[in-house]
Design a protein around this ligand. Structure first.
Ligand SMILES: Nc1ncnc2c1ncn2[C@@H]1O[C@H](COP(=O)(O)OP(=O)(O)OP(=O)(O)O)[C@@H](O)[C@H]1O
Ligand SMILES: [Mg+2]
Length: 281
């Protein structure tokens, strides 16, 4: 009897362990403004996976990320991060998470180096470790030339790089990059993606948001969010095959608008709102 219970509990725990991030019926409702920013999100993000969260402006991406990181409390629902409960286990979870927020959380009156060091100290890294990591990240993110420049005087792309460096300084295993490459030039974007893949191959899990669809295609899986709900999810190849399109942008444009219905029998998208009176093709 007891053996059976232990077995069931262990099996459940093992299953839970394989996800880096898991949410169950997650809601964030701003009652005063009557806004359902997140409307029942069920996310399952595997360990060592790059998951791209895509969706139109205001669809709930940042709100979800902020709840995962513990910046915001959910109205209801469950968040499981690496087997722990957010926000209950916030203190334990914090070292696991590195977040580069949509609006940089940089200190504009500190230099590039000081910003990275500040975040290192915030996570209680020893001063030797802070120096080592800062040196390493300045190099990787190509910020060495700017290390003594105030964050205030950086370009948008450089601020983004610095924001990512600050998120990585304490060696977290879950990375939340909100608008990961906004303002980043195409050459650096390629470099960023190589770096993201390297981090993934080292065992890190990355959840990022992006409005650049050819970039989202580089992720292992994509989740499309609309009105605070995930309405489609899969690998880029699966999604392209399902909708019979050549790129994710077409799916984004179709699904991000309201009013469409899906023909279950055909598994194809009927775009009545675009072409009234025209059935599924
Ligand atoms: N503090 C708040 N109070 C009321 N409504 C809010 C608040 N914060 C966000 N919202 C609303 O919640 C919804 C989701 O916003 P969110 O920032 O999560 O969207 P997003 O998908 O990140 O958009 P974007 O692509 O523009 O960054 C929006 O309608 C937004 O106006
Ligand atoms: Mg956002």
């Amino acid at each position: 009897m007891y053996v059976n219970i232990i077995y069931i509990v262990l099996k459940f725990a093992m299953r839970l362990m394989q996800f880096a991030i898991k949410t169950l019926d997650l809601y964030k409702i701003y009652k005063r403004d009557k806004v359902h920013a997140v409307n029942g999100i069920n996310l399952k993000i595997y360990r060592s996976e790059i998951y791209a969260f895509i969706g139109a402006n205001g669809s709930g991406k940042t709100t979800t990320i902020d709840m995962l990181s513990g910046i915001l409390n959910p109205t209801s629902g469950e968040i499981n991060i690496w087997g722990m409960q957010q926000p209950k286990d916030l203190k334990k979870i914090s070292p696991y998470i590195g977040i580069a927020p949509q609006d940089y959380s940089l200190y504009m009156d500190l230099t590039v180096r000081e910003n990275i060091e500040f975040f290192g100290k915030l996570y209680r890294l020893g001063s030797k470790k802070v120096k080592e990591k800062t040196k390493e990240l300045l190099k990787i993110l190509n910020l060495e030339e700017k290390e003594n420049v105030l964050a205030e005087f950086l370009s948008g792309g450089m601020k983004r790089r610095l924001s990512i460096a600050c998120a990585l300084v304490h060696e977290p295993i879950i990375l939340l990059f909100d608008e990961a490459t906004v303002g980043v030039d195409p050459i650096l974007r390629v470099y960023f993606w190589d770096y993201f893949r390297q981090l993934r191959n080292e065992g890190k899990t990355i959840l990022l948001t992006s409005h650049v669809m050819d970039e989202a295609e580089k992720a292992d899986r994509i989740g499309l969010i609309r009105d605070g709900k995930i309405i489609e999810e899969g690998t880029p190849a699966e999604l392209k095959e399902k909708y019979n399109v050549n790129n994710i942008e077409d799916i984004f444009i179709l699904l991000s608008k309201r009013g469409e219905v899906e023909d279950e029998s055909e598994g194809k998208l009927c775009t009545f709102f675009i072409l009234p009176g025209v059935g599924c093709s």
